[in-house]
Write a protein that binds this ligand. Structure first.
Ligand code: ATP
Ligand code: MG
Length: 380
């Protein structure tokens, strides 16, 4: 029996906690570290240490109280986690986290291992940017190397006139320049590697973003079999070179000529894997726990086509809210217990499952359009 430590107790931590509670033969309890009192993971029963994600004392206390520590965020301090390794097993390993959390190190690592990434280069000053962009042309993306999310670390440079504004947006932070990929689809693979080296991948899914935030995941992706095989192989090879155990979300682009390019890796369970809660034999959350516990990994088979829809806070208001009841056949709603809405905040999601295999993806998308009209926020 192991005590599980979790850094970050938002919706991902909450769903990891719920999966842990179903594995009573292996996990006796969950302790979460999160700065928000009564965070979503605590609401479903995890004990909570209220502290900042980078609070060294709190992280060491968590490791002291637990046998295995994992995390739902990639912005943790890998140096502190390395220290905590003497007190508990930490997975994915702090070294893997260190490489992944810096987009430049991550892409350099992938490139060294012959995995496909867009062309990229480090940027050290405005003059450096002005010089290096000559080779890339326009548009090109300037990216903050660290702590980016929801596209906030990206600046699309459309012409020479944007150079200074782009640079000033991230001034003082390490940056990189990356070739703009004219993709025809964004896709991802949820992959897992356990502590013994066993690797599995879930079928390729398609991701639709709005305002740089994931809105819809379609499982399986509407691509040819050769494209999905190519992507799943790249995901498998990526897991083989990354020395970490756990579930990873590997975001990729499908180019106009059906090539796969890796966009970025998340060293954690991923929003595009939420469909697995209903569509698959093993959810990504259970799989993550199996991986870090060193158990045999579960089946990744997609049982029924499924689409996942993210419920995001609307731009109309912030504050306490309620969602008017809505329902449909084979709709599985999961709200995250966040009391206050904010524009674009991830408040919940639902999965729509084609459980009789009669609707197909197009039928599911049509159904989604009618369900979307029923989603109403009520200010309370
Ligand atoms: P997330 O939104 O997943 O938290 P993030 O903020 O770290 O991640 P990225 O995933 O790097 O940002 O980029 C956000 C979005 O920007 C991508 O989903 C994609 O739509 C677009 N994008 C990123 N890199 C490129 C690229 N090289 N070419 C074209 N579009 C890109
Ligand atoms: Mg991304």
């Amino acid at each position: 029996m192991k005590v599980l430590g979790l850094i970050g107790g938002g919706q991902l931590g909450m769903m990891i906690t719920e999966a842990a509670q179903k594995m009573q033969d292996h996990i006796s309890k969950v302790v979460v570290l999160d700065p928000t009192p009564n965070c979503p993971a605590a609401k479903v029963g995890a004990e909570q240490i209220v502290a900042d994600f980078k609070d060294e004392k709190a992280i060491l206390e968590l490791a002291e109280r637990c046998d295995i520590v994992t995390y739902e965020i990639e912005s943790g301090n890998s140096e502190i986690l390395k220290k905590a390794e003497s007190k508990a097993m930490i997975n994915p390993s702090p070294e893997t986290l260190r490489i992944i959390q810096d987009k430049f190190l991550q892409k350099s690592f992938l490139l060294q291992n012959n995995l496909p990434v867009p062309e990229f280069v480090e940027i050290n000053s405005l003059d450096d940017l002005k010089e290096k962009i000559k080779k890339f042309g326009y548009p090109t993306l300037l990216k903050a190397r660290r702590d980016a999310y929801d596209g906030r670390g990206n600046y699309k440079i459309k012409s020479q006139d944007d150079l200074e504004t782009a640079y000033n947006t991230f001034a003082g932070k390490p940056m990189m320049l990356e070739k703009f990929v004219d993709f025809k689809m964004e896709v991802s693979v949820i992959a897992a590697r356990n502590t013994k080296g066993q690797i599995v991948t879930y079928p390729l899914v398609e991701n639709i973003h709005e305002n740089n935030i994931l809105k819809i995941t379609i499982a399986p992706a509407r691509v040819s079999e050769s494209v999905s095989k190519q992507a799943e192989k790249i995901a498998h090879d990526t897991m083989a070179v990354l020395h970490g155990a756990g579930v990873f979300g590997i975001e990729m682009f499908v180019t106009q000529d059906d090539k796969i390019i890796i966009n970025e890796i998340a060293p954690r369970v991923h929003n595009s894997g939420h469909h697995t809660l209903q569509s698959s034999q093993t959810s990504q959350f259970e799989q993550h726990l199996r991986a870090i516990l060193g158990l045999e990994l579960g089946s990744t088979k997609l049982i029924h086509p499924t689409i996942m829809y993210n419920i995001l806070g609307t731009d109309e208001f912030s504050g306490r809210y309620k969602i008017a009841d809505f329902t449909a056949e084979n709709l599985y709603l999961k709200m995250y217990g966040k009391e206050e809405s904010k524009p674009q905040r991830k408040l919940g999601h639902f999965n729509l499952v084609d459980s009789n295999d009669t609707l197909g993806i197009n039928g599911l998308l049509e159904l989604l359009e009618s369900i979307k009209k029923q989603i109403k926020f009520i200010k309370v």
